[in-house]
Design a protein around this ligand. Structure first.
Ligand code: PLP
Length: 469
């Protein structure tokens, strides 16, 4: 409880985390505990007097470790999108807790607000975002850190709804457009806000990208039925297959109806730093908001989503309240940014520290190299799949993701293969459905993942497949 205790055990804990990452790189990647294992393994009440760290650390090893799936530490993790909590960012997270300052308005802790503005501008420039999204630009735009892509979508869709309130006072008549590949966060945001969600279908022949003509037809149908289109959510790097919705034609359709265009770039946004992906982000000049998760590809631990808006006004109109106890001269002068009005909660952590540490320790070159490395590993994995007569690639390889199937086999066999691979604990992969069919996803690109790890994953799949044949 005292500083000395913290100094000693803080050091021990850092060592524990480092050892954990080293020793769990090549062990069984998926936790095998049964439900409620901890309720059975821990006392039913908290201790009445404080316990020594030795006892707590011992339980970390014997009780907590078995219940972990090794998202970060394991090089055998190819499921979902591999997270990337680099050591500098973990230290940033620790510092954030250690300082424990609140950054809801500027005066609450000026460094917290100002570092956020500076680092989000650094990130925006690194990702080649349009000037209008930067806090230092002349216009009303800027970036803000939200907890997640889901919170970001909820905030911007709320802003879109509030700005249409005069035109259509009933929320239940407002419609947000997504595709059948859009992450569920967008639909969840519409559930929270009491707005309709119209799902536009995608197809294999268009690589599961939302087509502007289909979006337009959906909008026209709703308008004819007396509904009010307010926004569309486009995705650059969909969760299932890393497809890119075409931003230029989608924005053109939405602009004609004065609708908000939000770009969910939670995973794919990081790749905007690569020359090779520049054309995929064409049209960002036209959109209203863009969200990229620094807790996915950008080397930070959860939770840090960078949300950029072209105009902050609609968000402030939707979320600003000024109770007496928060009034202060700086806020009233209008010369400072008060991020409490850009988000749902009041309190805000000093989350920019972790991104700042990352950008300073790796530099833009290091960060770009890391993003690029995932694409190199994915191409390598795809080359192994292409050479294998039992497997076939399902959609063009995009970013660091490869989607494939067991060639010539039905759905039950795809599932058998997945289950067999999972059971080995030597590769964690998951499936999705594209066009109603199961495809197996391999998401490459951990901080220290190498070609050998990717080859290892392929060999497990190939070995299990041969056993099932
Ligand atoms: N959007 C996309 C495209 C994603 O792939 C994901 C998660 O993988 C999310 C949103 C969810 O992000 P968050 O947990 O930050 O809300």
């Amino acid at each position: 409880t005292k500083g000395d205790d913290f100094r000693e055990w803080g050091g021990e804990l850092l060592k524990w985390v480092t050892d954990y990452r080293d020793k769990c790189r090549d062990i069984h990647v998926i936790s095998r505990v049964e439900p409620n294992y901890l309720q059975k393994g821990l006392p039913s009440s908290a201790p009445t007097t404080g316990e020594p760290w030795t006892a707590i650390m011992s339980d970390l090893d014997s009780k907590i470790l078995p219940g972990l799936t090794h998202w970060e530490a394991s090089n055998r993790f190819f499921a979902y999108f591999k997270p990337h909590a680099s050591y500098p960012a973990v230290l940033g997270e620790m510092l954030c807790a250690g300082l424990n300052v609140m950054g809801f308005d500027w005066i609450a802790s000026p460094a917290c607000t100002e570092l956020e503005v500076v680092t989000l501008d650094w990130l925006g420039r690194f990702l080649n975002l349009p000037e209008k999204f930067l806090g230092s630009s002349e216009g009303p735009g800027g970036g803000v850190i939200q907890g997640s892509a889901g919170e970001s979508a909820t905030v911007v869709l709320l802003a879109a709804a509030v700005s249409k309130q005069k035109l259509q006072p009933e929320r239940t008549k407002m419609v947000v457009y997504v595709s059948d590949q859009t992450h569920a966060i967008a639909q969840k945001a519409t559930m929270i806000l009491g707005i309709r969600c119209h799902v536009v279908k995608t197809a294999l022949e268009n690589n599961f990208e939302m087509q502007a003509a289909d979006l337009e037809a959906a909008i026209e149908e709703d308008v004819a039925n007396g509904l009010c289109p307010i926004a569309a959510v486009a995705t650059t790097g969909t969760t299932s297959s890393c497809a890119f919705d075409p931003l230029v034609p989608i924005s053109a359709v939405c602009k004609a109806r004065e609708m908000w265009v939000h770009v969910d770039a939670a995973y794919g946004g990081a790749y905007a730093c690569l020359e090779a992906y520049k054309s995929k982000f064409e049209g960002l000049e036209e959109v209203d908001s863009f969200c990229v998760n620094c807790h996915k590809k950008l080397l930070c631990p959860f939770d840090i989503a960078a949300l950029y808006v072209a105009n902050r006004r609609p968000i402030l109109d939707a979320l600003s309240l000024q109770p007496e106890y928060l009034r202060n001269a700086h806020s009233e002068s209008g010369a400072v940014v008060d991020f409490e009005h850009w988000q749902m909660p009041l309190g805000r952590r000093f989350r920019s520290l972790k991104l700042w540490f990352v950008m300073r320790r790796f530099g833009t070159e290091g960060l770009r190299h890391h993003v690029q490395n995932g694409t190199v590993l994915a191409k390598y994995f795809a080359s192994l799949v292409e050479k294998d007569e039992d497997l076939e690639i399902s959609v063009p390889v995009s970013l660091s993701l490869v989607c494939f199937r067991w060639k010539g086999r039905g759905e039950a066999d795809q599932q058998r293969l997945l289950d067999a691979v999972k059971a080995t604990g030597k590769a964690f992969i998951i499936h999705t459905k594209l066009g109603g069919k199961i495809v197996i996803r391999v998401a490459c690109g951990g901080v220290e993942q190498t070609k050998d790890d990717v080859l290892g994953c392929y060999e497990v799949i190939s070995r299990e497949l041969k056993k099932l044949k």
